[in-house]
Design a protein around this ligand. Structure first.
Ligand SMILES: Nc1ncnc2c1ncn2[C@@H]1O[C@H](COP(=O)(O)OP(=O)(O)O)[C@@H](O)[C@H]1O
Ligand SMILES: CSC[C@H]1O[C@H](OP(=O)(O)O)[C@H](O)[C@@H]1O
Length: 399
């Protein structure tokens, strides 16, 4: 077995020639490292005509955006490859295809999605993909249903939970979402002007109890195999197409976490709109985001319920009305997790380009402040919002 080493561009080309599955591997001649995420190396491998043909992704033994002072398990590459392979089985249209995985080198080779664009960039530029929210709802319904107790035999489910135990990556989420923003932590990063607003988060008993409940369910509710980090930067879109990538946070957790993360990133974009298009033009883009949220939830819920009605194997869970009851609890979880995504992306260490690229300082701070307030509000009211129309009305009320 090869020893782990960090790939150079030449290593990545040689690896893609061997494991890329191309009929004419010698055509692969060049590589460029294009990783813009927080964690890993990503190489595009080009042919002699300069066309990107295949992707080689390698985990580093530390958090890329911080450096060697924050070591991180290489096993995350296994969890990412395994999660994407499992999701591909259930939703091949909306999951990147993994072609090869190598545990010793913590490397995977995957389908090249250069014909697509990262959704976050498109949302920031105001490019609308009207089908994307529906397709994301379909992806979430199919992957989450087919890895849940509605579908799996109890023995298989338990074996799968064990195969996807992901303690190191879950710990990052546990800290960044549910701890750091609600205490005075060195990793936090927010505008000094918002100190009083952030201090109020630390001193709000109701909020901290609600966040404790969300963290507790993140620890313990092994409902389905989550993507675990399904934000708009982990989603490629093209006309009529959507593909999820980057699933190294995959584990069996509460379904509402994936739904809430996805909705949360649409809301972060909603909050950022005045910073990119000015208060007047922002209104139309904001309506698109609210429509995306409506479409995402309604598609997810409708597809999940249909699958539950037609394909549930467990006799008790198949009882008419139970799936609808379960989806109500998923919805309420999703609103809470959505709120934590808004807060961790504004107060915590890991920010989003939607807000960070707003050039005007005063406007940027105002948009960040809006996201923090909205996040706190959603966490507090999560249990009272019965449906997506009420959710949208509440978001509108908060400005
Ligand atoms: N399958 C792919 N096809 C084309 N580009 C990709 C692919 N996977 C990743 N990339 C590029 O690499 C970037 C970082 O990938 P990502 O998986 O998000 O890395 P990280 O795990 O470090 O967050 C993406 O934003 C995208 O530009
Ligand atoms: C210390 S990891 C911070 C943050 O980075 C991950 O995002 P990505 O892999 O898409 O760059 C994830 O959201 C983590 O919470």
């Amino acid at each position: 077995m090869p020893q782990y080493r960090t790939f150079t561009a030449a290593d990545a080309v040689a690896y893609a020639q061997e494991f890329g599955g191309l009929a004419n591997p010698a055509c692969l001649v060049d590589a460029q490292e294009v990783g813009d995420g927080n964690l890993n190396l990503v190489f595009k491998i080009f042919d002699s005509a300069g066309v990107s043909r295949i992707i080689v992704k390698q985990a580093l033994p530390y958090v890329r955006c911080v450096g060697e002072s924050w070591p991180l398990t290489l096993d995350r590459a296994r969890l990412e490859a395994q999660t994407l392979v499992e999701h591909y089985k259930h939703s091949p249209q909306h999951t990147v295809q993994i072609l090869h995985y190598d545990p010793a080198l913590a490397v995977m080779v995957m389908e090249d999605l250069s014909s697509h664009r990262i959704w976050r960039g498109e949302l920031i530029s105001g490019v609308y993909y009207p089908q994307a929210a529906t397709q994301l709802g379909e992806y979430l319904a199919r992957t989450l249903f087919h890895t849940s107790d509605f579908c799996l035999h109890p023995h298989d489910k338990k074996a799968q939970v064990a195969r996807f135990i992901n303690p190191e990556m879950c710990e990052i989420t546990e800290d960044l979402f549910f701890n750091d923003p609600f205490i005075d932590h060195a990793r936090n990063n927010y505008p000094a002007e918002l100190e009083a607003q952030v201090a109020a988060l630390r001193n709000d008993d109701d909020l901290k109890i609600a966040v404790a409940g969300l963290k507790h369910r993140f620890f313990s509710a092994a409902q389905a195999l989550l993507h675990g980090d399904i934000h708009s930067g982990s989603i490629f879109v093209a006309e009529g197409s959507l593909k999820a990538i980057d699933a190294e946070f995959g584990y069996f957790g509460p379904i509402g976490f994936d739904i809430g993360t996805a909705i949360g990133n649409l809301l972060l974009n909603y909050c950022a709109q005045p910073g990119h298009f000015g208060p007047r033009d922002a209104a139309a883009f904001r309506e698109q985001r609210l429509q995306d949220i409506r479409e995402l939830w309604l598609t997810f819920a409708e597809r999940f319920e249909t699958l539950a009605r037609t394909e549930t194997r467990d006799a008790a869970l198949a009882y008419p009305g139970y799936a609808a009851r379960f989806l109500q609890s998923v919805w309420k979880d999703a609103i809470g997790y959505c709120g934590t995504e808004l807060i961790r992306r504004t107060v915590g260490m890991s920010h989003v380009a939607d807000l960070e690229t707003i050039e005007d300082d005063e406007m940027r701070v105002a948009c960040i402040s809006h996201a923090i307030e909205l996040g706190k509000y959603l966490i507090l009211i999560a249990g009272q919002v019965e449906n997506v129309e009420q959710f949208i009305a509440r978001v509108r009320q908060k400005g």
